[in-house]
Ligand binder design. Structure first.
Ligand code: HEM
Length: 450
């Protein structure tokens, strides 16, 4: 009975929409085309949250390289071509470079006090500067090189031992463990041994954090229905996750402030940030919450992206034994008796470099980049885009654009052997790290000097 007035109102809206002369409807339509949604919820009921990039790719086949959707009152635009990606991330970067405020992300980033989820403002600009100069500069990336070498050597030893005792190696968990350990050592100077209680606790904490960051909260689209998130238990889970993370960061910061801290903490990311805070050498007052937000970015932005890239590359090579043989031969010829490739030598391994590029093309880890939010009115491909519109760049679809790539579903290294296309944000057909102001600030760390 309670829903009857709502039902009548919706019915009237639908009837009016269809009774309106077509010309008048068109005149109102300044947005790019897109699938017809329902009143109030828009296209939410059609959304595929597990593989949104594939869903968007299918829509782009029907509605074009730029299309729009509505989620509640939020307008979303999806672009699926290299030219439009360039428009969004380079030509009109300043218009499209903010981030939407999404409940889970806001909470876990201390209200956007991190780098990734912060809106575009003075605060974000200063953090970006800190990243470029202090955290992920070529010198700093080089400084962490012994950590990467040590961890890769340990992994090789473990795999060799497993091979000699005929044990099966679980590639995914081995690689995820590697990237988690490296990021923990770089960010806060601690090595959590596998199979320890502390390590299992951290892995679980990260798992729930990823889940909360990707979680759908009704209140993001229907603020008046926020009670539904409480009712479903999501808010409780988010609060608990936040509290656990906060305690974890507090413990680490306390250890760093202790004069008897282990030597491994000297020069790590928390150490650098605490130093900057103490010196007051930045144009904003860096706070402990800022440091916590940045640590969260490193854990969330660094672990799974790097691991997934390695896992995809290995999967592609296993499926193509001939290509695998060629890459192995190139590496063995170069390495000689050494058991590990020095990072600076990767420049001399063109076939191996092509593996990385082709993996980034076919299996980008951040398939839609991070969502951008428009800061002002703008025109994109002739359409009028209002402020606070959310923009997605479908990198996964661009990698499947037949106007750019031949045999696009095939893992073919030759396409990169005699080409200058790279993934550093200047070639919009290969945007694995994004581009422009909001492009990945840790690209050098992400690819270890490639
Ligand atoms: C293979 C590894 C990695 C890949 C493929 C990757 C990819 C990306 C992508 C696609 C974006 C969004 C760019 C955009 O919206 O235009 C991004 C942003 C970001 N990444 Fe990475 N990333 C990697 C490694 C890392 C690492 C190791 C860290 C930190 C230790 C990191 C920290 C960040 C941060 C903080 C942002 C947000 C930048 C901003 O909004 O201003 N990433 N990354």
């Amino acid at each position: 009975m309670m829903f009857f007035p709502l039902f009548v109102a919706l019915l009237i809206i639908i009837i009016l929409r269809f009774l309106l002369p077509k010309a008048k409807r068109n005149r109102k339509s300044i947005l790019p085309p897109g699938p017809l949604g329902l009143p109030f919820i828009g296209n939410l009921h059609q959304f595929d949250s597990l593989t949104p990039h594939i869903y968007f790719w299918k829509l782009s086949k029907k509605y074009g390289k730029i299309f729009s959707l509505k989620h509640g009152s939020t307008t979303m635009i999806v672009v699926s071509s290299a030219n439009l990606a360039k428009e969004v991330t380079q030509i009109q970067d300043l218009t499209f470079c903010s981030r939407p405020s999404i409940l889970g992300q806001q909470k876990l980033s201390y209200n956007g006090q991190d780098i990734g989820m912060s809106p575009y403002n003075d605060y974000w600009r200063e953090l970006q500067k800190i990243c470029v100069v202090h955290l992920f500069s070529p010198k700093k990336v080089q400084y962490f090189s012994p950590i990467r070498k040590d961890e890769v050597s340990r992994m090789i030893k473990k795999i060799s031992q497993q091979a000699t005792t005929s044990q099966i190696t679980d590639l995914s968990s081995t690689v995820i463990s590697l990237t988690t350990t490296i990021i923990c050592r770089i960010a806060f100077g601690v090595r959590y041994d596998e199979e320890t209680h502390e390590r299992r606790k951290l892995d679980e904490l990260l798992k729930v954090t990823e889940e909360m960051l990707a979680c759908f909260f009704v209140s993001d689209y229907f603020p008046l229905l926020g009670w539904m998130d409480k009712f479903s238990g999501k808010i409780n889970k988010l609060e608990k996750n936040f509290k656990n993370l906060d305690e974890f960061y507090e413990g680490l910061i306390e250890q760093h402030l202790n004069p008897n801290r282990p030597k491994s903490m000297e020069g790590d990311i928390i150490d650098v940030l605490l130093q900057l805070m103490k010196e007051k050498s930045t144009s904003i007052d860096l706070t402990i919450d800022n440091i916590k937000g940045i640590i969260m970015n490193m854990l969330v932005g660094g672990v799974n992206t790097s691991a997934a890239t390695v896992i995809w590359a290995m999967t592609a090579l296993i499926a193509k034994p001939n290509v695998m043989k060629k890459v192995q031969a190139e590496i063995r010829a170069f390495v000689g008796k050494e058991s590990i490739v020095n990072e600076e030598d990767i420049q001399n391994l063109p076939y191996f470099k092509a593996v990385i590029k082709e993996t980034f093309r076919l299996y980008p880890t951040t398939t839609l980049l991070l969502p951008r939010e428009t800061m002002q009115n703008s025109i994109l491909e002739g359409y009028e885009i209002k402020p606070k519109t959310i923009i997605y760049v479908n990198v996964w679809a661009i990698a499947r654009d037949p106007e750019i790539w031949e045999n696009l579903e095939e893992f073919i290294l030759e396409r990169f052997l005699n080409s200058n296309i790279d993934f550093k944000g200047q070639h919009f057909e290969l945007l694995s790290f994004g581009a422009g102001r909001r492009g990945c600030p840790a690209i050098a760390l992400g690819v270890w000097l490639l």
